[in-house]
Design a protein around this ligand. Structure first.
Ligand code: T1G
Length: 719
């Protein structure tokens, strides 16, 4: 049986059932769309057919257009598919969609073109196209607002969030919700009833009764446009999408379809689309690791784990785990700390309940899975331990030696350290094959990345099991090698240093932060970030880098001065910024003497800053980061370059629409990156800072020979 097909069956009652088949999510590959078009024409021509039902194989309607097609030279032909949807909606025979699983993107657009939609209770319906840098292209910009109203339709499109079928029923997107066993039968009956004139046959494209009156509609669209401009100032495609919706509201559905088509074609040419499609696949490919997931091993299920330490990190890890249905033993050193740790987990759950993302009942049952303890008594029964104690080598070594005795020989022993060599942590055990890093980012129950740090002794099975655990707790797990800073912190070590260098060259911190946050799109600039993290933590982490990579560091004197003055950032009320009682940051004139002292100490006085525009600032700060990323790739710290893209997006807030660190460099051009780094290396030779900028061999080679940094080194990338 072909894997991309549409089967055609006619029931004795005269319903043609068209079944979309393209595992695993029935994505609308062009072959599927062509088969669908053929089957529709066949049904229209078939004298035995009175009505048509569309259904997805294996209880999934469709996840939309096949995203992998975007990478190909031939873009999707939205004109033909819009035409298909029009025929489905207004052709000689009525059509009904039987929706289970999901109807997303083009999947929902096809369902909306049917004359009715019957859905199962668990089905998810949505138009997530904006997350891919495009917009709905099979008529969704026109049909959704006509079915659910402009307010709701625009909200669904701009947020990209799917809704469940019950909500769809209330909103007018779904006509009936039925149990899975009754789905097909109900859909067939609706189709026959419409054909027999027992039910009205609605045409979504020409419906206007749900659309708000023109004046109100204009206000909704003006507001949405202002919001989109504010929320994502760099993104063009949401505005193109809103314009297409506006045309449809003002000039009718058919004019709207034309506008949608033009907007779709424009969005497809933008780098943002390429970057976001790259991130879509890159994020899914992190779970495929060469030599691990293709080694023929089966992951063992992590049913019960122990977390050592109930601080901010430990309680976050425990929260994420119980939410995923895993039993957790939370161990602390005394009752007071244990109570505080359990209290933090409770607070994390309460905050979810308050936000409406879970019910009180679900929170209560999650909490049942948490057990506090002060000893190692129950540790024989756990599959995985995650140590989240303070960053102290001796303490961690002792904990791991104790764990080896307390746990079973199969238990995985992991550490959440962000700064200490994983092999050193496990040095006092005799089981290096079971030692691994599980590096979470704070707050651990919210941040989506899990860095899994393997040493050269960690067994494949242990890496595979930890990957499985990461996926189970709904993190994106990225497997990396053991080095100072692992992948994420390591590539970002030149970030603060380059920013501090600019300070010492005479730029002010607020201008730099503005360039990085507003012009580039990071959640905040490097100095605001330093205030958030704390200058003390920055100094501690920075020390590791200075020791590990002395040939390419810039000593940030200003960080040392902030520590001396106890201006540690938000927690002390001042740092680079001053903070009011509500922790709102504003520029601080009292920083000036510290800046002047740092400039004097830097030895950069008299050197002209080689930057003038915000773009210069961005490149000066990020190109050394790219350079470090290239070292990480060349050393094999990441399995594939795309892993670094995902890690920088998920852990550091690198804008996804720029594709992540390495994809961004590829889109800009490795030659340009290396060229500027070389120029700065020369510019700062006298200040003995050439090493900070000099392109590494991998970057220099790709820049010289052409090609892409994302292609990686060594064996073919597994992406
Ligand atoms: N096309 C191709 N492959 C897809 C796909 C798609 N639309 N959706 C999922 N996959 C693959 C995915 O790469 C993975 O493969 C496997 O399916 C399971 O996915 C004209 C232009 C459906 C909610 O944006 O949101 O329609 O890694 O690991 O957590 O307007 O995938 O196993 O080899 O994510 O259960 C709009 C994207 C397209 C939906 C399932 N649609 N997909 O989540 O599993 S554009 C989307 C998702 C469009 C029209 C436009 C999720 C999911 P592999 P998974 P999951």
């Amino acid at each position: 049986m072909p894997t991309r097909t549409v089967t055609y069956d006619v029931t004795p009652e005269g319903v043609a059932v068209l079944t979309l088949t393209h595992p695993p999510v029935n994505a609308l590959h062009p072959e599927v769309l062509q088969a669908l078009f053929r089957a529709l024409r066949q049904a229209h021509a078939d004298a035995n057919v009175k009505a048509i039902v569309l259904v997805g194989a294996k209880d999934r309607f469709s996840a939309g257009f096949d995203v992998s097609e975007f990478a190909k030279a031939q873009p999707p032909d939205t004109t033909i598919n819009q035409h298909f949807c029009e025929l489905l909606e207004s052709g000689p025979k009525p059509s009904v969609a039987a929706v289970s699983g999901m109807a997303l993107g083009g999947g929902l657009e096809v369902a909306m073109a049917c004359n009715a939609r019957i859905a199962t209770p668990g089905a998810q319906l949505g138009l997530p196209e904006l997350t891919l840098g495009i917009l709905p292209g099979f008529g969704g910009t026109q049909r959704l607002p006509r079915l659910v109203g402009l307010q709701k339709g625009v909200q669904m499109i701009l947020t990209s969030k799917p809704i469940k079928s019950q909500e769809g029923l209330k909103a007018g997107l779904v006509d009936a919700v039925v149990e899975p066993g009754k789905l097909l039968q109900t859909a067939k009956q609706w189709a026959l009833d419409i054909a027999a004139g027992l039910r009205h046959r609605p045409f979504s494209l020409f419906r206007t009764n749900r659309l708000e009156p023109l004046g109100e509609a204009s206000m909704i669209l003006d507001f949405a446009t202002a919001q989109a401009e504010k929320r994502a100032a760099h993104l063009v495609h949401p505005l193109l999408c809103l314009d297409a919706i506006r045309t449809g509201v003002q000039s009718g559905g058919l004019a709207g379809l034309k506008a949608e088509n033009a907007a779709f074609s424009k969005a497809q040419t933008l780098d943002q689309h390429k970057a976001l499609v790259h991130i879509f696949f890159a994020q899914r490919s992190t779970k495929r690791v060469k030599g691990i997931t293709d080694a023929g091993l089966k992951p063992r299920s992590m049913k019960k784990i122990a977390v050592l330490g109930g601080g901010l990190m430990g309680s976050g890890i425990a929260t994420a785990s119980i939410l995923a249905g895993i039993d957790v033993l939370l161990k602390e050193i005394n009752q007071k700390f244990l109570d505080a740790g359990v209290g933090r987990v409770k607070a994390n759950l309460a905050s979810r309940v308050k936000k409406g993302s879970m019910t009180q009942q679900a929170a209560d049952s999650a909490l049942q899975r948490l057990k506090g303890t002060l000893d190692y008594n129950d540790f024989k029964s756990v599959d995985l331990v995650i140590e989240a104690a303070v960053e102290n080598v001796k303490l961690k070594q002792q904990i791991f030696a104790d764990l080896e005795k307390a746990c079973s020989p199969h238990t995985i022993l992991s550490t959440n350290t962000s700064t200490i060599d994983i092999s050193v942590v496990g040095a006092k055990t005799s089981c290096p094959d079971r030692i691994i890093g599980a590096h979470f980012f704070s707050p651990a129950h919210i941040m989506p990345l899990l860095e899994i740090v393997r040493t050269d002794k960690t067994s494949k099975q242990v890496v595979l099991d930890t990957l499985e655990y990461g996926s189970k707790i709904k993190k994106t797990p990225v497997v990396v090698g053991n080095c100072t800073g692992f992948a994420v912190n390591r590539v970002f070590f030149p970030y603060t240093q380059a920013a501090c260098m600019l300070l010492d060259l005479g730029l002010d911190p607020y201008t730099i932060d503005k360039a990085i946050a507003l012009a580039f799109g990071m959640p905040m600039g490097p100095f605001r970030l330093s205030d958030l993290v704390g200058a003390d933590i920055g100094m501690h982490v920075g020390k590791n880098f200075i020791e590990s990579f002395p040939e390419r560091v810039y000593t940030p004197h200003i960080i040392l001065a902030l520590n001396e003055q106890k201006r540690l950032g938000e927690k002390t009320g001042s740092g680079f910024y001053k903070f009011d009682a509500k922790r709102k940051a504003s520029p601080d004139a009292e920083l000036k003497p510290l800046l002047e002292a740092s400039r004097k100490a830097s030895g950069l006085a008299g050197i002209k800053p080689p930057v003038s525009s915000p773009q210069d600032i961005i490149e000066f700060i990020f190109f050394p980061v790219v350079n470090e990323g290239c070292r990480v790739i060349a050393e094999g710290i990441v399995d594939k370059p795309a892993d670094l893209d995902v890690a920088t997006v998920l852990a550091m807030g690198f804008p996804a629409y720029r594709g992540g660190l390495i994809k961004w460099a590829d889109l800009i051009g490795p030659k340009h990156v290396a060229g500027r780094l070389n120029a700065w290396a020369k510019h700062f030779e006298g200040a003995k800072l050439a090493g900070f900028f000099k392109p590494c061999d991998y970057l220099a080679k790709v820049a010289q020979e052409g090609g892409s940094l994302g292609a990686g080194v060594g064996p073919k990338s597994s992406l």
